[in-house]
Design a protein around this ligand. Structure first.
Ligand SMILES: Cc1ncc(COP(=O)(O)O)c(C=O)c1O
Length: 440
């Protein structure tokens, strides 16, 4: 099960009557499958930039959310949405200028060979569609993913998402490889080890008569623990997989749209050009949008055999929102901000690590930072990570955890986080460290 620190009913005796009442009503109608963050769940009612407010009017610095990536409730995004929704909303079976504009603008951020765009409403759908196309193009069925990957919620992508746990079986033609965890050594060295794993998985696949179709990778390996370095380590594995006739699908849901600072897309850090790029979350800044960019020759065969229609994917309102998100990233210099503020945060966190032995390795690129929390023996310490996340929440800062044992702090704010806000966060973090690790 993808690990989140979820509220348990038994934790709820300390909550005030209103909050408890809402939790109970929610459970009655939504049922038991949903989770809530924190032992005191948050009831958020407002957001602006990198700040959110709860129903009591208390503010929190949001260093968790990758969806409102250009900032909660960004006025330009809202205005674009309202303007288009007031004119008309249709679908891709009618012509609309904005949909074409958006595809052109989005594709212009990618290498030219990725010359076609297709739209969905979620990233799960985008990965689902990418797998269908890859299987069609290659005539294979085999997929390789990393051992704690998450690629979405439909049946087809749940079976390539090992992080969902034992109850959600991995598909029979799916093979898992360890994520490239070691960040020491050159990109060639790390890349070679990862490529060897991919080679072994292909061999094993072939042994069972399965032909490779797709190497599907989150290019920042966020659920595997946020694995960013050394840039370039993906190239060899992609080369090996292509040699066997398979395609490389880059899942850009997490690193995409400028999060890593220097580059718009995670795959660019690794100097590889995917055959298919899948996108979601930050694409619409909270408006449900997903999609893919694809090489035209890869799409051709699929398109010949199966027309594509997605009622809401690629509608003009979404296109208007998507255009506004791209405009804001450009006009507000959000990539440069992600690089600058991300580095500032990383350096600040590193300075605490010299004092506190429970902060292990700190990794990251731009505004996506992972911090290993370890015990006195240097082992993963999910309980301590949970204490820290809870304490930060109590003191006005939101982050999350990730990684196979949920012991990696996930710091991933909207890209507009200012240096002043980063300073405030570091100071809250310092207090939490002192409280959670009293011995320092
Ligand atoms: C890497 C990755 N791919 C795909 C998805 C699925 O996105 P959605 O929930 O929008 O379908 C997620 C969601 O967390 C993700 O992190």
């Amino acid at each position: 099960m993808l690990k989140v620190f979820s509220f348990k009913d038994s934790d709820g005796s300390h909550l005030d009557k209103n909050l408890r009442g809402l939790i109970d009503r929610r459970k009655r109608v939504l049922g038991p499958a949903y989770q809530l963050f924190y032992s005191s769940p948050l009831h958020l009612v407002k957001g602006a930039g990198a700040v959110v407010w709860d129903a009591e009017g208390r503010s929190y610095l949001d260093l968790y959310n990758n969806v409102p990536s250009v900032g909660h409730c960004h006025p330009r995004v809202l205005a674009a949405m309202q303007e288009q929704a007031s004119a008309i909303n249709t679908h891709t079976r009618y012509l609309h200028e904005k949909v074409v504009n958006y595809a052109e603008r989005l594709l212009a951020t990618m290498p030219a060979v990725l010359s076609n765009a297709m739209f969905t409403c979620t990233a799960s759908e985008a990965n689902d569609l990418a797998l269908r196309i890859a299987r069609d193009y290659t005539g294979g069925t085999g997929v390789i993913v990393t051992s704690y990957a998450y690629h979405g919620i439909t049946s087809a992508v749940a079976e390539v998402s090992p992080s969902m746990g034992d109850y959600v079986p991995i598909g029979r033609d799916v093979r898992v490889v360890p994520a490239p965890r070691q960040n020491t050594g050159s990109s060639e060295q790390v890349g070679k080890i990862f490529a060897e794993e991919v080679k072994a998985a292909i061999k094993e696949m072939r042994r069972y008569g399965v032909k490779p179709a797709a190497l599907l990778l989150d290019t920042i390996f966020h659920s595997d623990g946020i694995l960013t370095d050394p840039p370039g380590f993906l190239a060899e594995a992609v080369r090996v997989f292509r040699q066997e006739g398979g395609l490389f699908i880059a899942d850009e849901v997490q690193p995409g749209f400028g999060r890593t600072g220097k580059t718009m897309w995670g795959f660019e850090r690794h100097d590889v050009i995917p055959d298919i790029v899948t996108m979601g979350k930050p694409m619409g800044n909270g408006h449900p949008m997903g999609g893919l960019a694809i090489k035209a020759n890869v799409l051709d065969k699929f398109a010949h055999n199966a027309a594509y229609f997605n009622t809401f994917g690629g509608n003009p309102v979404s296109a208007a929102v998507g255009l506004a998100v791209l405009d804001v990233i450009r006009d507000e210099g959000l990539m440069a901000n992600a690089e600058l503020v991300g580095e500032y945060l990383k350096v600040g966190l590193q300075s605490y690590a010299t004092e506190c032995s429970h902060l292990g390795e700190i990794r990251g690129s731009g505004l996506f930072i992972g911090v290993d929390i370890v015990n006195n023996n240097g082992e993963d310490d999910p309980e301590a990570a949970k204490r820290l996340v809870e304490d930060l929440r109590e003191n006005g800062a939101l982050i999350g955890v990730t990684g196979p044992s949920a012991s990696v702090l996930k710091i991933r704010p909207p890209l507009c986080l200012s240096k002043e806000q980063a300073t405030s966060f570091l100071s809250i973090f310092d207090g939490s460290l002192k409280r959670c690790f009293a011995e320092g």
